[in-house]
Design a protein around this ligand. Structure first.
Ligand SMILES: Cc1cc2nc3c(=O)[nH]c(=O)nc-3n(C[C@H](O)[C@H](O)[C@H](O)COP(=O)(O)O)c2cc1C
Length: 216
């Protein structure tokens, strides 16, 4: 069982004070990290890259990691009549997306760059909700041609900041991603990717802990 972000700090403090409750297993308190596959295209490069990153995040050991595939989430283009700030959702797909995003404490978006910008599925998935994103740290694994998807990340950062997320500067950028897959279509990364992922996860964990008080 995993406890959600809310109340986590209070429970930790209580455990530290040595209240009468039974000893707590800190393994249960790992924050939940959603690794979001942004591309919804057939044969997308995003999926093997996300698989590689999930493996890195699990080995890092500070998060309870879940892969979230926007192709499977399958949101339509934003179709809610009211502003998401009100949280009055009409559609089941929005309610399901809201519950899924609420359950996470931090996010890593695995995103390509389309036309020097953030891909439509990412912008749409962000626009659907509001408070569900707030006070959660966001990291980016980006990929593309020479730019390594960095222009998409810059654009996405302004959107996630508006949703009160904290985008962190540490990131993994993968140039010429299609050439980086092996003969079985897997992305195996290299030392620069490994160290970039590790630095990002360290910082993501730090921010996730610091923001916990605001999520409570
Ligand atoms: C609509 C579209 C626009 C693209 N625009 C860019 C771009 O601006 N910069 C870039 O580096 N690559 C661009 N590409 C190439 C992508 O980096 C490449 O196709 C990559 O595989 C896309 O990721 P995906 O396979 O996970 O969808 C574009 C690809 C598509 C389909």
């Amino acid at each position: 069982m995993r406890l959600e972000g809310r109340g986590l700090a209070r429970r930790r403090a209580k455990a530290t004070r040595g209240d009468a409750s039974p000893p707590l297993d800190y393994g249960k308190f790992m924050p939940k990290l959603h690794v979001v596959v942004v591309s919804t295209r057939p044969q997308r490069v995003g999926l093997p890259i996300a698989g590689w990153f999930v493996d890195r995040a699990e080995k890092h050991g500070k998060f309870d990691v879940e892969l979230v595939d926007l192709k499977e989430v399958a949101l339509p283009l934003l179709d809610e009549p009211k502003h998401p700030r009100l949280g009055q959702y009409e559609h089941d797909h929005t309610k399901a997306w809201s519950a899924r995003v609420r359950a996470a404490d931090a996010f890593v978006f695995v995103t390509p760059e389309y036309n020097y910008g953030a891909p439509a599925p990412l912008v749409n998935a962000l626009d659907f909700l509001f408070f569900e994103w707030a006070y959660k740290a966001a990291g980016f694994v980006s990929y593309g041609g020479a730019s390594g998807g960095t222009r998409a990340v810059q654009m996405a950062k302004s959107i996630v900041s508006t949703l009160k997320m904290v985008p962190i500067p540490e990131a993994v950028a993968i140039p010429f991603a299609t050439r980086s897959l092996d003969e079985r279509g897997r992305f195996t990364g290299g030392e620069p990717h490994e160290s970039a992922a590790s630095a990002m996860l360290d910082e993501l964990a730090r921010w996730t802990g610091a923001l916990e008080v605001l999520r409570a």
